[in-house]
Design a protein around this ligand. Structure first.
Ligand code: ADP
Ligand code: MG
Length: 416
């Protein structure tokens, strides 16, 4: 591998600093331009001696492509240089690192974030597609983030990319097997659509924290991709475990989360046999979730029915503070609404309203007994609001599950 572990190479116009990463044939450093602006860049250094013919070709492809295209979601090539030992690609610096590290640090990404990333990735791919370019090595390590906060995705590492003409069928094996479309592995003949397979794998990894066909060997990977088994989500495995441990609350919420994933799967599955298998599972999860709900609700009622002497005391101590008084009244109204049990979203609204105000008041409250009580009260209210939110979500997931089940039964009946 070029330059890994070595002192950074020297370049007249730049000061090279930390190593940002290294991949198949290059090491990338963070660098500053010496003159005026001290502009920050990333420099991809390739040691010429490590280059065989394919690597030279890969590098030339990368330079060729990056030089001609400009897109907000594709890393910009600012310049390139060479000396007797190295070739340098001077690129826009992406301070958020690569997507692989980004996912690993957070374990997995919330759907909202994954959705935005997917949109940006799609934008970059659409642009490439319009220019007849396929990336061919899409994986989280080759997707960079502009900044640690509110990052923009930037597609990078076009070493494998090539211009694809529709009639060009003579391709060689490229890319990383975990993210690689099966036709790339098996038939060694493929087209621009292989990038879409990789996008699916990347999206899965973003949502679940590991790629769907994570494997230790090539044989295992091939077996997993070829098999008819549905990709199991960790959620169900976790739900069953929590259920066995007797943690009904956690199990219930995990089953409901799992249902959120299985319902669309049931809807979109076109293979009759697999649809039947998913339907059986959905049915099973719904009925277990229902049993758990009965358990959880009764134990929760007991908890809620215990009075709260601290709350009464706090109300006493709030007498000279009209804002605090009002906020506590709103909180009481929320609790009453919740106990009435008719309109949970109204109750949730009231909880949120009172919590917003109480948190502000807490920030201004001097140390002392009242502050302590206020703190405890806020925590209790937050827990109740969280619980209520979960309840609302679960109910939605369950009714969605039932509807989907009914719908899929109906559609099968009409087919037969
Ligand atoms: P290779 O072709 O050797 O795989 P890459 O271009 O994929 O090289 O770069 C290797 C790693 O270096 C990336 O996975 C990423 O972590 C880091 N890196 C590359 N380019 C940049 C950049 N412009 N800004 C920040 N980090 C980068
Ligand atoms: Mg790479």
């Amino acid at each position: 591998m070029a330059g890994a572990g070595w002192a950074p190479p020297r370049l007249d116009e730049f000061i090279l600093t930390e190593r940002l990463g290294s991949g198949t044939y290059a090491t990338v450093y963070k660098a500053y331009r010496k003159r005026d602006t001290r502009e920050v860049v990333a420099i991809k250094c390739v040691n010429k001696r490590s280059l065989n013919r394919t690597s030279v070709e890969n590098l030339l492809t990368e330079i060729e492509i990056l030089k001609t295209i400009r897109h907000p979601n594709i890393v910009e090539l600012k310049d390139f240089q060479w000396d007797s030992d190295h070739i340098y690609l001077i690129m826009e610096f992406c301070a958020g690192g690569d997507l692989s590290r980004f996912i690993r640090m957070r374990r997995l990404l919330p759907e909202k974030v994954a959705r935005i990333f997917l949109q940006q990735l799609a934008c970059a791919l659409k642009f490439l597609h319009d220019h007849n370019i396929s990336h061919l090595d899409l994986k989280p390590q080759n997707i960079l983030l502009s900044a640690p906060e509110n990052p923009q995705l930037k597609l990078a590492d076009f070493g494998f990319a090539q211009y694809m003409s529709p009639w060009d069928e003579q391709h060689v094996l490229r890319g990383s097997p975990l993210y690689m479309a099966p036709e790339m592995v098996c038939r060694q003949q493929y087209d621009a659509r292989v990038d879409l397979w990789s996008v699916g794998v990347i999206l899965y990894e973003a949502l679940f924290g590991k790629p769907p066909f994570a494997s230790r060997s090539f044989a295992e990977l091939e077996e997993k991709i070829r098999s008819e088994r549905a990709v199991e989500t960790n959620l169900v495995v976790e739900a069953v475990r929590k259920d066995q441990e007797g943690d009904a609350n956690a199990a219930l919420s995990l089953y409901c989360k799992a249902l959120e994933y299985f319902v669309p799967a049931l809807h979109y599955e076109s293979d009759a046999r697999r649809k039947e298998a998913i339907r059986a599972k959905v049915g099973q999860y719904i009925s277990r979730a229902e049993e758990l709900k009965v358990l959880v609700t009764s134990s929760n009622k007991n908890l809620l029915e215990k009075g709260n002497p601290a709350r009464e005391l706090l109300k006493e101590m709030a007498k000279d503070k009209p804002r605090l008084c009002t906020a506590l009244e709103v909180a009481s109204a929320a609790i009453a609404k919740e106990e009435e049990g008719r309109d949970d979203s109204d109750a949730l609204e009231l909880y949120q309203q009172s919590l917003g105000e109480l948190l502000l008041l807490l920030a201004a409250e001097p140390a002392g007994r009242r502050r302590e009580l206020l703190h405890v009260e806020i925590q209790t209210l937050m827990a109740r609001a969280e619980y209520l939110k979960d309840q609302i979500k679960m109910r939605e997931a369950q009714s969605m599950g039932k509807e989907a089940l009914a719908e899929s039964v109906r559609s099968t009946c009409t087919l037969q």
